[in-house]
Design a protein around this ligand. Structure first.
Ligand SMILES: Nc1nc2c(ncn2[C@@H]2O[C@H](COP(=O)(O)OP(=O)(O)OP(=O)(O)O)[C@@H](O)[C@H]2O)c(=O)[nH]1
Ligand SMILES: [Mg+2]
Length: 364
């Protein structure tokens, strides 16, 4: 399951967004406390499969969101909070940036300035990573004096490269590194290396003019040129309006969205952007018992995909029976697909495609 952590300065709308994403209507559990919530990934394909199979249960893919009380503007406060395991363990960070004005909600810096906040948060992430890199380098130098190890030398070279980038103010997500180096860095859980989604939390009054256009939002809020290198992806929405809409009946929600010139809810947009950010795709398992969506990284092999379901299926993997989603919908049933030779038998190295419907054959 994809894990995303909400970060941001105080009163930017993190908890409002969290409630929107997870439909958690209760208040978070006090300061410094980590709140976890599960968000169901909307997917029209799963809805169609569910209509076809009428299963006892249907299970969408999920994203787990983490919300934490505010990171104070003071560097020390933010640094302490950034050390929290929930941030370090996350697959992606979602930075909620305040663009709404509301004089009723004071901004810790006194003014509303999304570009300043984006840069300040980036600086916090970089500072936190610099600390980790420096501590590790110190250890490595000591160890390398005692023993020569090619692997440790590679790690030292890599970390020196990282330290240089960080000192230059470059987040590690902007570095081009090999997959071996990605593996070497994984254990350090470096924050600036994680994919970052910016959520520009718009003012209610700006929604009709901006709609869901990230470009217009960036222009209007002074984020302009910053966007391209400050984040991996961005979404513009007004969290309070979206939360209101999410609590309406579907027909009313659609009408409200339409009035604002929006075609897709903020929830859908944030989830989809998170998926894109990580290069995640979905495959499906179907049957009368259960229709279910599974998320995997693009490029995952059939055998590893099987492991998402159960380690026994991965271990005993024999073959994957695969039908593309479009073929199943066009034929109307698995049986018809079989008759037309559209069920393929794939081996363990087959790269699973978005929308594949898979039946794994395995030995126990
Ligand atoms: N006008 C307006 N107010 C908003 C919006 N989003 C959040 N707020 C308000 O801003 C205040 C803070 O929102 P929260 O969601 O609690 O912000 P937070 O980032 O979780 O705050 P901390 O956890 O205290 O750092 C609340 O009063 C919200 O109702 C928005 O899009 N527009
Ligand atoms: Mg909060």
């Amino acid at each position: 399951m994809l894990r995303a952590a909400l970060i941001g300065f105080s009163s930017t709308g993190k908890t409002t967004l969290f409630q929107l994403m997870t439909s958690a209507h209760e208040a978070p559990r006090g300061r410094g406390d980590v709140t976890l919530g599960i968000s169901r990934v909307p997917d029209a394909r799963l809805d169609a499969l569910t209509a076809m199979y009428n299963p006892r249960k249907h299970v969408p893919a999920t994203v787990e969101f983490t919300d934490l009380a505010a990171a104070a503007h003071a560097a020390s406060g933010a640094q302490a909070l950034l050390d929290v395991a929930a941030y370090r363990n996350a697959d992606a960070l979602v930075h909620v940036v305040r663009a709404f004005r509301s004089p009723a909600v004071p901004h810790p810096s006194g003014t509303i300035d999304p570009a300043r906040d984006v840069q300040a948060m980036e600086a916090e992430l970089i500072l936190a990573d610099l600390g980790v890199a420096e501590r590790r380098l110190e250890r490595l130098e000591k160890d390398l004096k005692k023993t020569r190890s090619p692997e440790l030398e590679k790690e030292r070279d890599l970390l020196q490269r990282c330290r240089q980038a960080l000192e230059d103010g470059t987040p590690l997500r902007a570095l081009e590194i090999t997959s071996d180096d990605v593996r070497r860095l994984r254990g350090f859980q470096l924050l600036s290396a994680k994919p970052l989604l910016l959520v520009i939390n718009l003012d209610e009054a700006d929604v009709p003019a901006i709609g869901s256009s990230v470009e217009r939002a960036a222009d209007q809020t002074g984020l302009g040129g910053l966007l391209a290198h400050a984040a991996t992806g961005a979404v513009a929405l007004c969290a309070t309006i979206e939360l209101e809409i999410s609590r309406l009946e579907p027909a009313d929600a659609a009408a409200f969205l339409g009035d604002l010139g929006l075609t897709e809810s903020g929830l859908d947009r944030v989830i989809r952007a998170s998926y894109d950010l990580l290069g995640y795709i979905s495959f499906f398992t179907v049957g009368e018992d259960e229709c279910r969506a599974w998320s995997i990284a693009r490029g995952t092999s059939a055998q590893l995909a099987a492991g998402e379901i159960h380690s026994d299926i991965e271990r005993g993997f024999i073959r994957a029976e695969v039908v593309p989603y479009d073929a199943l919908v066009a034929r109307g049933s698995m049986h018809a697909c079989r008759e037309h030779g559209e069920v393929r038998l794939e081996g363990k190295d087959y790269v699973v495609q978005d929308g594949d419907i898979i039946n794994f054959r395995f030995a126990t």
